[in-house]
Design a binder for this molecule. Structure first.
Ligand code: MTE
Ligand code: MO
Length: 295
């Protein structure tokens, strides 16, 4: 393998690791400032892979003509991943408007001409960052999600396999007994529900603060769904966590978590536990749980 080919291969590998790590991380972060960086790195490294695709495919074609099976497998795997990344970029931007799409096509072709310069690692980094800046999708939120304004148009989304249970308006189980949310002081907050599936919505939620439940002291609070789905929060967050019964002035629908769902401002959608039946106080730290729900 010559020097240029090695540079391309190493760069492709570094970009694959970066794009994967930042992609997983992007799922976890909900705070706009941080998300902007993570999504920025993710987008830029993905576009960098796209940029290297022509050079990489030439290396693979050359490699296939030479003997040595494991090298061929490696080469094809790297190229396959780069292709996947390219497809992923296309899918990501499928929904953007036509004017922006028109700007996108010539851009990709120009990078073809610039292939030689792209061979230099610095060129790739600069090119990726630039592509990320001019690429469509800027109208999205910092997390990469697109906005939904209408409260009645908010998608009903499950993390994975949860069914939509139809629950009666039961009291909530808390340590040492039960509470009736209707008997506690209501609070209204505006908060952004931002699903890792790629949409967000800022809505008005009404319910009772976890801090107003009169819970005993402890390190963390577990919010438990009728389905078994659960998330753990630091007890210090009880002041901002809301057990909501209403969305935009209306009772929650079954799909959105009736009779009670959690509103966790600043956290991604998968923290917003629906169909809450119990709140538990535990001594384990909040991070002592799977980083993502398993159901
Ligand atoms: N019990 C339970 N709660 C859940 C989920 C789930 O699968 N089960 N999905 C979460 C995810 S991933 C998101 S984005 C939001 C979606 O809320 P919505 O259906 O009201 O839009 O609910 C969260 N709460
Ligand atoms: Mo989600």
């Amino acid at each position: 393998m010559n020097g240029a080919a090695r540079t391309v291969n190493v760069t492709v590998l570094v970009l694959i690791v970066t794009v994967t790590a930042s992609g997983v991380l992007a799922f976890a972060v909900g705070t706009p400032g941080l998300a902007q960086w993570v999504v920025g790195v993710h987008g830029a490294s993905g576009l960098g892979l796209l940029l290297l695709l022509p050079a990489k495919s030439r290396i693979v074609r050359r490699g296939l003509r030479r003997p040595g099976r494991s090298r061929k497998v490696m080469g094809l795997a790297l190229a396959g991943f780069a292709l996947l990344a390219a497809a992923h970029v296309v899918v990501h931007h499928r929904t953007r408007d036509r004017a922006r799409r028109a700007r996108w096509r010539p851009l990709v072709r120009r990078t073809d001409v610039d292939r030689r310069r792209a061979l230099l690692g610095t060129g790739v980094v600069a090119g990726s960052a630039l592509l990320w800046l001019v690429a469509p999708g800027r109208e999205r939120r910092e997390t990469g999600s697109h906005g939904i304004a209408d409260a009645t148009a908010v998608p009903v989304t499950q993390w994975m396999f949860d069914p939509v249970p139809r629950l009666p308006g039961r009291p909530l189980r808390v340590p040492g007994g039960e509470v009736d949310l209707a008997a506690l002081p209501p609070t209204t907050v505006r908060a952004v529900l931002d699903c890792t599936g790629g949409w967000y919505t800022e809505q008005e939620w009404r319910g009772v603060r976890v801090a107003d439940l009169g819970l005993p002291a402890g390190a963390s609070v577990d919010v438990v769904s009728a389905t078994g789905y659960r998330r753990r929060f630091p007890a210090a967050e009880a002041g901002t966590l809301l057990l909501a019964t209403h969305l935009a002035g209306r009772r929650l629908t079954a799909g959105h978590g009736a009779p009670v769902r959690l509103v966790a401002p600043g956290r991604r959608g998968f923290w917003w536990v629906k169909w809450v039946v119990a709140v538990e106080v535990v001594d384990e730290p909040w991070w002592w749980q799977p980083p993502f729900p398993l159901q």
